[in-house]
Design a protein. Sequence first.
Length: 183
Amino acid sequence: MEGTAAALQTITKKVSEYGTTSLLATTVTADADQTVRSVEGIAGYIAPAARNDEPRAEVLGIHFEGPFISKQRRGVHPADQIQLPSAETLGRFLKAAAGNARILTIAPEVLGAAPCIDAAREAGLVVSMGHTDATYEQARAAMARGARSATHVFNAMRPFSHRDPGVIGCRANFAGRQCRVNR
């Protein structure tokens, strides 16, 4: 979350030593102002003028992993920084990203998720369900709005079961058609 050129150079150089050629810089849940500062720094690092010839992984864009997640499935994200989804806050993040935003991870069951999913899709982002306690039905509704991915499958989300398949079951059964579950 530092978002500084020095921090990003260290990360991209180190991961390239292990064979990573490209990545999305991923934010974690933080205060909106801190996220904006971090995203502005990442966007500046991605800019062509900031590039040099040293071996490093290329940062292809930005993944917003939080703050619009479930407190029940937050993982290491700080509970006191989790926010209800807001198209306005997302708009601030998108402005700071300067065209480099690629993915939004969101808990679709959280109040305000639907309009935020719509705003993310309108901005061309991949919407990913993650850090979520969503039921099958809530996941299905999010997918109908355009959610097409899942973050941390089988981790930081409602567990899969035959009576309550959640995001995992819906995602596995969805192929552009109606999902069905028999109980």
